[in-house]
Design a protein. Structure first.
Length: 161
């Protein structure tokens, strides 16, 4: 099973953190990701889970529209920035199809580290705005640790992170 951890793109500043929309820079970051993934077909989830924060929703929808995804979207507060990565990791055990999680820091770096190293600390992945980290679930009978497939973001695609 493939798991894609996607950090939301750049957002405007606001006193209402939940309502912060993507900035023009954030929309450009999403467009850069769409162009890249349209060219190589590396990002193909069967479902998307996103946090209730607007910037995560807009990032998920921008990718879906740009890549022509016709898949289920699910909002979950387990993907809010300060949530315990153990909670979402437990939910992943029941998932059998490729899944994209669109969320925030520090949750995503901690979750990626937990899945790959067995502990959320120390953090082994730096998830910048617009980054996508692809992980693969281990085969049954292994040590239970996920494997990193690739990690990229707007910075590697010529778009400032």
């Amino acid at each position: 099973m493939q798991l894609y951890l996607i950090r939301h793109a750049d957002a405007l500043d606001s006193t209402d953190d939940f309502a912060r929309p993507l900035s023009a820079r954030g929309h450009a970051q999403v467009e850069s990701l769409v162009r890249h993934f349209r060219a190589n077909d590396l990002l193909h989830p069967a479902e998307v889970w996103h946090s209730p924060l607007r910037r995560a929703q807009e990032t998920a929808l921008g990718l879906a529209q740009g890549l022509g995804w016709k898949i289920r979207f699910r909002e979950t507060d387990l993907l809010e920035p300060e949530r315990d990565p153990e909670l979402i990791a437990k939910r992943l055990k029941a998932v059998t199809q490729a899944l994209a999680l669109v969320a925030h820091e520090p949750l995503l770096s901690a979750l990626g580290s937990l899945l790959v190293n067995g502990s959320p600390r120390p953090v082994v992945f730096e998830m910048r705005k617009g980054d996508v980290l692809a992980l693969e679930r281990p085969a049954p009978g292994g040590d239970g640790r996920w494997a990193e497939q690739w990690h990229l973001g707007p910075g590697q695609l010529g778009q400032d992170a």
